[in-house]
Write a protein that binds this ligand. Structure first.
Ligand SMILES: NC(=O)c1ccc[n+]([C@@H]2O[C@H](COP(=O)([O-])OP(=O)(O)OC[C@H]3O[C@@H](n4cnc5c(N)ncnc54)[C@H](O)[C@@H]3O)[C@@H](O)[C@H]2O)c1
Length: 441
């Protein structure tokens, strides 16, 4: 089969192209909705039957505003079909692959099995010309050395000649994904001109952001560099926080002042770094490079040590471990960032398990967006009505709801470790409350 590139281009421009989205999770579902918003037909495939049932019934599995009405609109005007059946993708001209690439906890390298499985399924469907766009985050050289050879082996067809394949790393932030997908600048990487140009044209039809073109390996590295930079920056802010605790300054004021320099942009410190990206991507960047003592790895370790720092801060107030063990602790926030229900790699998980190592029995958690409690007891009552039950409070996620708590309702001698810097020091002046904000004493 010879690819008819001019027909492919014409179909994209005339919106006749059918787009398959494989994997309808945090990245795939918003991707599908944005492609639909641009008036392309979408076939959404996920192997999770329950997820497909939710979407097919007009509900959104993600708590993002606008998702439900868009899903309903596109189901009823028949632009969207969802299914677990991969064979439907034979109708698609472009297939966007958004499956997970989790970190293997033993080797600290990317588990590419989901991606390889997805591509094996697509390899059977390459009789009709197709452009495969990979959005999943991958280590350097994955497209060139692993994924293209994989599809070529499984299909017996040649990349750039019989099928097209490009890399287009996703940059959206869960909670704000439609706006970010539409407006963020994008990078496309491909090693043949047709894959690069067709992906560029398609993206221009679905996003408003600037599009930069490059080779696949450069695009892979740039995605990993973005998140590694942010992780390193947060590690610096966290180290600065600890220095400030020892020096008697407030890290937030130090960072605010430093950031008035036109070329400085220090991020916000916190009780650790969570989420699926920043905790993984730095490892993918150094994967197989023999760089165990690199700055990138050191930053990961620094951020991973913050839950320990939070617990040590709290324990430091107690006269003995025995008294500490009897205290009733409330952790505010389980999601890894404010305003979302996503708990993946949340520092709260680490804080709970470390507290359990001290045999603490009274660990409670609260989160307005999720009921996941990771072995602690979830409190779902109105917080103001129960605040005075707790000896200690740790803030982990700066959900906006916590800022409005009535501070007079904390127990008289409560110990508050404000690791998410939700409260103000002034809230606790002239009280017996011991208030310990991260990065300030
Ligand atoms: N979540 C983010 O904010 C974000 C941002 C940028 C990049 N990424 C990257 O995007 C990729 C996807 O992440 P995510 O957060 O959307 O993951 P996710 O776990 O939310 O969703 C992945 C979906 O793929 C489905 N799936 C797995 N294998 C499949 C197969 N063979 N066929 C059909 N469906 C399959 C799963 O059932 C799941 O619903 C990852 O590589 C991630 O690193 C994520």
């Amino acid at each position: 089969m010879t690819l008819d590139i001019s027909k492919f281009l014409e179909n994209i421009i005339e919106k006749k192209t059918v787009v398959g989205v494989l994997g309808l999770g945090q990245v795939g579902l918003p991707t599908a909705l944005c492609v639909l918003n641009a008036n392309y037909k979408v076939i959404g495939i996920d192997r999770d039957e329950k997820l497909i049932q939710i979407i097919a019934s007009g509900k959104s599995p993600l708590p993002e505003s606008g998702f439900e009405s868009l899903i309903n609109k596109f189901l009823s005007n028949k632009l969207l079909r969802v299914s677990t059946s991969r064979s439907l993708l034979s109708e698609a001209d472009i297939i966007i692959v958004c499956v997970p690439t989790p970190l293997d906890g033993l080797t600290f390298s990317a588990d590419l099995s989901y991606l390889k499985n997805a591509l094996t399924e697509i390899s059977d469907l390459l009789d009709k010309q197709k452009l495969i766009v990979i959005e999943s985050t991958i280590p350097p050289n994955t497209i060139k050395k692993i994924l293209i050879p994989h599809v070529e082996n499984k299909s017996g067809k040649k990349a750039g000649k019989d099928f097209l394949l490009s890399y287009c790393p996703e940059r959206i932030s869960p909670g704000n994904s439609l706006i970010e997908f539409t407006n963020n600048a994008r990078i496309v990487g491909a090693d043949d001109d047709d894959s690069l140009n067709l992906t560029n044209l398609f993206l221009k039809n679905i996003t408003k952001g600037e599009i930069s073109l490059s080779k696949s390996t450069t695009a892979e590295l740039s995605k990993l560099a973005e998140n590694s930079f942010r992780d390193l920056n947060i590690a610096f802010a966290n180290e600065l926080a600890i220095i400030c605790e020892q020096s008697g300054a407030d890290v937030l004021e130090v960072i605010r002042l430093a950031n008035t320099h036109p070329r400085v942009n220090i991020h916000f410190p916190g009780p650790g770094v969570g989420g699926p990206c920043l905790t993984k991507d730095p490892y993918l960047l150094i994967q197989g490079q023999g760089m165990d003592s690199s700055l990138i790895k050191l930053a990961r370790n620094t951020n991973d040590s913050m839950p320990d720092h939070v617990i040590k801060t709290l324990m430091g107030v107690f006269k003995s471990e025995a008294i500490f063990k009897k205290s009733k602790i409330l952790i505010l926030g389980v999601a890894y960032k404010p305003g979302v229900n996503d708990t993946r790699r949340s520092p709260t998980i680490d804080i709970i398990s470390k507290l359990k190592e001290y045999d603490l029995e009274n660990i409670f958690v609260h989160d307005p967006y999720t009921l996941e409690s990771f072995g602690a007891t979830m409190v779902s009552e109105n917080l103001n009505s129960i605040l005075n039950n707790f000896d200690c409070v740790i803030t982990v996620t700066a959900h906006s709801q916590y800022k409005d708590l009535d501070k007079s309702l904390f127990k008289d001698d409560c110990i508050i470790v404000d690791a998410a810097r939700v409260f103000e020091k002034d809230d606790f002046t002239d009280t017996n409350i011991i208030y310990l904000p991260l990065g300030s004493r």
